[in-house]
Write a protein that binds this ligand. Structure first.
Ligand code: COA
Length: 125
């Protein structure tokens, strides 16, 4: 994972209810947090409503464990006419030695929407 992770958008502590039968945190829970974080950044860049249209290259690198303190980072990676690609990386801080562990990474594409929920041209600048 790149050192330039972008903006720290969310810090989270997973709860016992998010654990699967392996003792890991559900991938779907992590994915939803990434979607929320990416949507916050995309919505700000788009200056309005956005919808997730695609998630590419989603990697679950290491399992997330109870007790992890989770940080969700997001940064613009690609900008089109109506869509923005936001790279979202999730890092855990774990244990007494505060180890930093790469958990997940994915490229989330958001489309700016108009009032009819159709694609809207992104603002410039
Ligand atoms: C988002 C939505 C309005 C786009 O409508 P559409 O008719 O597919 O629009 P377009 O084909 O004009 O594509 C719009 C943009 O999305 C991009 N796009 C569409 N499908 C894509 C995909 N699978 N991967 C990456 N980009 C994609 C297009 O390249 C285009 O980007 P650009 O204008 O920057 O070049 C429509 O697909 C939709 O409503 N999807 C459901 C969204 C949703 O419910 N998300 C979950 C909750 S937020």
């Amino acid at each position: 994972m790149t050192e330039d992770r972008g903006e720290l958008v969310l810090r989270l502590i997973p709860r016992l209810t998010e654990i699967n039968s392996n003792g890991h945190i559900f991938g779907g829970w992590i994915l939803s947090q990434m979607d929320i974080a990416g949507g916050i950044v995309a919505g700000r860049l788009a200056q309005g409503a956005v919808a997730t249209v695609a998630i590419d290259g989603m990697k679950f690198i290491s399992p997330m464990l109870v007790g992890d303190i989770v940080a969700v980072y997001a940064r613009e990676e690609r900008r089109g006419r109506t869509s923005i690609g936001i790279r979202v990386d999730v890092i855990a801080t774990r244990g007494a030695d505060q180890q930093q562990i790469d958990l997940t990474s994915g490229l989330f594409t958001f489309v700016a929407l108009d009032e009819l929920h159709r694609p809207r041209i992104l603002p410039t600048g």
